[in-house]
Design a binder for this molecule. Structure first.
Ligand SMILES: Nc1ncnc2c1ncn2[C@@H]1O[C@H](COP(=O)(O)OP(=O)(O)OP(=O)(O)O)[C@@H](O)[C@H]1O
Ligand SMILES: [Mg+2]
Length: 436
């Protein structure tokens, strides 16, 4: 983009002054070249003529760059009120609001962006919001919590390949008690406590927790403890309490607590005492000290169970700890079948692919399918005909993607051999064939 581009765009516009897409392109080019006055004129002309939303967003960007934040915000508020849902627009609006010191509103708008895509993250905005939010001591509002944390998963155990023993544990330990509490009571068997899943990354811990919710038609709340610790709004204990309360108000639900080791790990940026505080708060919530956890299925997950405070494993807390290994050949076959189900496929020798993917995690299998589809797409561009996936495509993809579980086992093995708390990690040794 340079002056030459601008000149030819201008020439073309002279010939067809009503060509809006062309004017939009010119305006955008001005904006990108930081020629703000010119950009403003073109965008304004467009808005006058066509009331175009893209032009409005462009004009808002111009105003933002010029430091006219309130003008920028007025436009964005209008387009959003008119129903526009767009992560980038929310982000710009949040930035504009922050510039005008409307921190609370800026946070709400940023949370809307995150609500659209939980993986979305704007580093600069995020850290500014944390800082200002903390200064002004703004706390999470209940309905914002709902928005951000409450899900209704549409997968169930049928979508999970293999993991038979994990499914069984979950069924016995938390699903059955939820469905038949009176039977448990009749036998005087205590209900409560959760399951802690541990194992290498990408092997389905999060996935099966979500599927558990779908399995019993319950809601799903996921908290990552690093989020709680880092959450830019208010203090950790209160946030944690509110999330447990959210679960209690939304039973039946699965409360999934990810990265649970974050609590046990020593955090350099956290004072020892406040860390202890949060752990105690967490244990109280788990125990349901002040309010009942009936109807809440608690599942925790970690890659490093050995960092966890043993207090977490007491009866009534995470008293079942379950190893989630990489899928065996049969499981890999069923994961492949599940994932290829809605893709255009020819003859695929699932069994041989499963054989060739020893040590691959479920996430690795996802990646392999992704890679082979990309390759297929590329070769379809030349003639425009979509071709089905074949065994060879997958084999080629396997060569490009190495299994990701080995690194975990390298360190896990040491803990299992030398810090094996009364046989807690025997399953790792059995998996590695070090112990029968
Ligand atoms: N048994 C399985 N059946 C079907 N899909 C699976 C299975 N295991 C993993 N996957 C796929 O791999 C992806 C990653 O799995 P998931 O996020 O559950 O791993 P994880 O064990 O939670 O990893 P991490 O320790 O990194 O959090 C899932 O979204 C899912 O698509
Ligand atoms: Mg996970």
């Amino acid at each position: 983009m340079n002056d030459e581009t601008i000149n030819s765009l201008k020439e073309a516009l002279k010939l067809s002054p009503t060509n809006s897409p062309l004017r939009l392109l010119l305006a955008e080019t001005f904006l990108n070249l930081n020629k703000l006055e010119e950009a403003e004129i073109e965008y304004s002309t467009l808005i006058e003529k066509t009331n175009d939303t893209k032009a409005k967003i462009g004009l808002a960007k111009v105003f933002f760059k010029k430091g006219s934040y309130s003008a920028c915000n007025v436009i964005l508020e209008e387009v959003i009120d008119n129903g526009l849902i767009d992560i980038q627009v929310y982000t710009l609006y949040s930035k504009g609001l922050l510039k005008e010191n409307s921190t609370q509103k800026a946070i709400e708008v940023y949370q809307k962006a995150i609500g659209l895509d939980p993986n979305y993250f704007d580093e600069e905005l995020d850290s500014q919001l944390r800082q200002k939010g903390n200064q002004e001591n703004i706390l999470l509002e209940e309905d914002e919590l709902d928005y951000r944390f409450l899900q209704k998963p549409n997968i169930n155990f049928n979508d999970v390949g293999g993991m038979e023993s994990v499914k069984k544990e979950i069924d016995l330990k938390i699903i059955k008690p939820l469905l038949h509490p009176e039977l448990y009571k009749a036998y005087g068997k205590k209900i409560g406590g959760g399951i802690l899943l541990y194992g290498p990354p990408g092997c389905g811990k999060t996935f099966i927790a979500k599927a558990t919710a779908g399995q019993v038609n319950a809601k799903f709340i996921t908290i990552s403890l690093n989020d709680i610790l880092d959450m830019w709004i208010g203090n950790s204990e209160k946030n944690l309490h509110e999330l447990f309360e959210l679960a209690r108000e939304n039973t039946p639900c699965v409360l999934f607590i990810d990265e649970i080791d974050a609590l046990g790990a020593s955090r350099s940026d956290m004072k020892q005492s406040s860390g202890r505080h949060l752990i105690n708060q967490f244990l109280q919530e788990l125990d349901g000290v002040n309010s009942s956890n009936e109807g809440i299925l608690i599942i925790g997950a970690t890659n490093t169970p050995w960092n966890l405070d043993p207090a977490f494993r007491r009866p009534g807390r995470f008293d079942r700890i379950v190893f989630v290994p990489p899928p065996d050949a049969t499981s890999r076959e069923s994961i492949l079948r599940l994932k290829l189900n809605n893709k255009p496929t020819g003859m695929i020798d699932l069994q041989s692919i499963a054989k060739k993917t020893e040590n691959y995690s479920g996430a690795d299998i996802d990646a392999i399918i992704d890679i082979s589809i990309e390759q297929k797409l590329e070769s379809s561009f030349s003639d425009g005909i979509p071709k089905p996936l074949e065994t060879n495509d997958l084999i080629a993809a396997i060569k490009k993607h190495k299994p990701s579980t080995q690194e975990w086992f390298a360190s896990a093995k040491n803990f299992a051999m030398f810090a094996n708390d009364s046989g807690l990690y025997d399953e790792i040794l059995t998996y590695l064939k070090i112990k029968k």
